[in-house]
Ligand binder design. Structure first.
Ligand code: GLN
Length: 507
């Protein structure tokens, strides 16, 4: 049962071949069996998940119409607030905090009657590329448990890759849905900024944060995307426009025809001094050949400002983070240290922040505070905003020529634990190819494109703002070519992703 895709599970439940309780129990049992090794979950809500599943079965028995993903269980990254369930952002500063409300996307999962299995591990406050910066535990990559599952959403990706959940929620500020997807052989989609509500997301970098789907296929991801997307008056940057038809686009792509589709490859990505490792390039190029066979036309485009994306992001994201994280002061939430009745407010605040934040979070607060400080704000933050505009213009110019851009998702496959924690720059490089889309605000998805030395590689498809549908179409088409590359190559703990065409599945 846990081998099935979300679309299959939804259809089985809707048509009475499986009960939602049976399905949810199977995933909870899988978590009990393998999460001791993978450590993807920070919190599992067995009772809550089974209660929702029982509601779905009762609704079906009463003859009620079931939604497209009713009864299909889901895991949620622990940076998204869930009423009554612990939410930590993998930080000690929020240890023990129980949110009094649900994020909008969680409300939507509940309205869709999707059982929530639990909360998944991440880098503290979603700052990182390996999930090693979690204050609680290290999550393993199900393909090789000595390696990282990517980050910051390594828990969500590992949960799906290890068949502990058919679907998961991630958040992407600079690549944290797509990069873990790439290194765990799963699908990850970052929607257009503003098309998915940030209300109830613990803020990291508010002009970049975007929640989105983690799944095993583009079709599954698209179904989830449609469940969580859409305008939310509680988020001031939410776009009030119809959700792009991503499910229809994924089903179209799954027919394996891309004729008439123009895909751009970014000249500057291939030329970069930090370019991808050879095994990644080889798998990616084989994927590009498949896209050509499917009928796509490949065109080289130039995006000169992409070269500055990494330094631009590492000024903007820490600047916004330094402001967003000011609220963790020991007064309003979670941890309070040193409050002995003698010490003053400022001292308690500083002791709390010293004890509650890990080293990467502190590094970013210091960097961001500096970049925003009087005398430096124009030279650093202001300059970064200008370069952000140039990057946006590069995308807009490229989309006059092509429908979508493609690239490897990451320059390297999953690395070993500890390999990059000593050098922040080495860690930041993991998001070299994913960051431009965040700075621009457009959608990007990562789809498996084979293996390099036994480890998964991802291909990224980037689309124009509100052009999420084209990214799903290209990804789903590529999946139809992938069966021989991934079948039976993974160890038992992994999902053994088998890509088949789902043009008739779902809804
Ligand atoms: N790895 C990037 C960072 O450390 C992106 C994180 C994210 O997308 N949340 O900031």
């Amino acid at each position: 049962m846990i081998d099935k895709y979300a679309v299959e599970l939804a259809a089985d439940i809707r048509e009475g071949r499986l009960s939602a309780v049976e399905v949810t129990t199977a995933f909870l049992d899988r978590i009990a069996a393998v999460d001791g090794t993978v450590k993807a979950f920070l919190h599992v809500d067995r009772e809550g998940a089974l209660a929702t599943a029982a509601e779905v079965d009762a609704a079906r028995a009463a003859g009620e119409e079931l939604g497209p993903l009713a009864g299909v269980p889901i895991a949620v990254k622990d940076v998204v607030v869930t009423k009554g369930l612990p939410t930590t952002a993998a930080s000690k500063i929020l240890e023990g905090w129980i949110p009094p409300y649900d994020a909008t996307i969680v409300e939507r999962l509940k309205a869709a009657k999707m059982p929530i299995l639990g909360k998944t591990n991440l880098d503290e406050f979603a700052m990182g590329s390996s999930t090693e910066y979690s204050a609680y535990q290290q999550t393993a990559n199900p393909w090789d448990t000595g390696r990282i599952p990517g980050g910051s959403g390594g828990g969500s990706a590992a949960a799906v890759a290890a068949k502990m959940a058919p679907l998961a929620i991630g958040t992407d500020t600079g690549g944290s849905i797509r990069q873990p997807g790439a290194v765990t052989g799963t699908f990850g989609g970052k929607p257009t900024y503003g098309s998915n509500s940030r209300y109830g997301l613990i803020a990291f970098s508010s002009s970049l944060d975007t929640p989105g789907p983690v799944s095993r296929t583009a079709v599954d991801g698209a179904l989830l995307h449609e469940v969580i997307s859409g305008h939310d008056p509680r988020d001031s940057t939410s776009i009030d426009a119809p959700v792009p038809p991503v499910f229809e686009a994924a089903r179209l792509g799954a027919r394996g025809d891309l004729s008439g589709v123009k895909l751009g490859v970014v000249k500057e990505f291939a030329e970069g001094t930090d370019a991808a490792e050879p095994g990644v390039v080889a798998a990616y190029e084989a994927g590009v050949e498949q896209l050509v066979k499917l009928g796509a036309e490949i065109i080289e485009v130039s995006c000169p400002s992409f070269t500055y994306a990494l330094p631009t992001y590492y000024l903007i994201a820490p600047s916004e983070a330094s402001s967003n994280l000011a609220r963790y002061d020991g007064v309003r939430y979670g941890l309070r240290t040193g409050d002995d009745g003698e010490r003053g407010l400022e001292e308690v605040m500083s002791l709390t922040r010293e004890a509650g934040f890990g080293p990467e979070v502190k590094r970013r607060i210091i960097l961001g505070t500096y970049a925003l400080s009087a005398g430096y704000v124009d030279a650093f933050y202001g300059k970064a905003q200008k370069v952000r505009t140039l990057i946006k213009q590069d995308f807009e110019k490229a989309f006059e020529q092509v429908d979508a851009l493609i690239s490897p998702t990451t320059p390297f496959t999953a690395f070993k634990f500890g390999e990059r924690t000593g050098d922040p720059y080495q860690m930041y490089l993991a998001d070299l190819y994913t960051i431009p889309s965040n700075l621009y605000g457009g959608p990007g998805v990562s789809v498996p494109v084979g293996l390099s030395e036994g480890m998964p590689v991802g291909l990224q498809v980037m689309g124009p703002v509100m052009g999420d549908d084209i990214t799903y179409r290209v990804a789903a088409a590529l999946e139809t070519t992938q069966e021989p590359l991934l079948a039976d190559t993974a160890p038992d703990i992994h999902a053994n992703v088998r890509f088949t065409s789902f043009s008739e599945g779902g809804k």
